[in-house]
Design a protein around this ligand. Structure first.
Ligand code: 4DW
Ligand code: GAR
Length: 233
């Protein structure tokens, strides 16, 4: 790698050589996953920094979390734009002006078009509260309970144009209790999301993920058992 100087040194990781990847987190709501990423990125040796938070909804708690962490925010209400292309052009402008390398969707609720997704192929992650490919879409925990599943969990995947699809990076499993409600199951899954997402982002930022034949392969120091968390089962 070429020598790095000036601002790059400030962005460099603990080894003083590798610049941290600059990450934008896209949110639409409370941002508890954003908080988990902010907390993880506070560690000196974490390979990514949260450099921008974009929300399509004004006034959400996730924006306060970012501000508290000193991270720049931008609110782009989708209804202010003529169409999806214009909305996405505004997002893209902000990503470019902030020199963003990677994107994390964290409860971001607007569908991104194939054009946008293509521009970020292999560089954009999403987290979903089920063990994909089971229970894509909405009302995920209610549908999991209605199906009587005994194990659920969460998935971090690379984003493709197909919704809740794309190569799976990591999954965490949780048990489903007989008396679970949507709220109790959601909370159990969310706790695992907060452990899984920072780990998956670290892998992507460190260049430890490779995609071959639509499947994620882990390289370097990451062991395959780290991809599966099964707490309490
Ligand atoms: C997702 C899927 C569908 C909608 C919202 C979220 C899952 C995560 C995601 C967000 N954007 C994405 C993904 C994804 O997996 N893949 C791509 N883009 N390409 C959804 O139906 N959203 C609708 C609006 C909901 C609302 O504003 O409340 C919409 O029309 O965008
Ligand atoms: C999380 O449970 C996340 O998995 C889900 O939205 C919630 C956002 O919570 N995302 C999806 O369902 C995407 N299909 P947060 O705002 O507290 O991070």
């Amino acid at each position: 790698m070429a020598d790095i100087e000036g601002a790059d040194i400030e962005r460099a990781g603990r080894d003083g050589r590798t610049p941290k990847r600059r990450v934008a987190v896209l949110i639409s709501g409370g941002g508890s996953n954003l908080q988990a990423l902010l907390d993880a990125a506070a560690a000196p040796d974490y390979p990514a920094e949260i450099a921008l938070v974009v929300s399509n909804v004004a006034g959400v708690h996730g924006l306060d979390r970012a501000a508290k962490a000193g991270v720049p925010t931008v609110t782009l209400p989708h209804r202010d734009f003529d169409d999806r292309a214009a909305f996405e052009a505004a997002i893209a402008e902000n990503l470019a002006s902030n020199a963003i390398d990677l994107i994390c969707l964290a409860g971001f609720m607007r569908i991104l078009t194939a054009d946008f997704v293509r521009a970020w192929e292999g560089r954009m992650l999403n987290i979903h509260p089920s063990l994909l490919p089971a229970f894509k879409g909405r009302d995920v925990q209610a549908r999991a309970l209605a199906a009587g599943v005994k194990i659920s969990g969460c998935t971090v995947h690379l984003v493709t144009a197909d919704l809740d699809d794309g190569p799976i990076v990591a999954q965490a499993a949780v048990p489903v209790a007989a008396d679970d409600t949507v709220a109790s199951l959601s909370a159990r899954i969310l706790a695992e999301e907060h452990r899984l997402y920072p780990r998956a982002l670290a892998w992507l930022a460190a260049g430890a993920l490779k995609v071959a034949d639509g499947q994620v392969q882990l390289t370097g120091a990451v062991t395959s058992s780290e991809r599966l968390q099964s707490p309490g089962i």
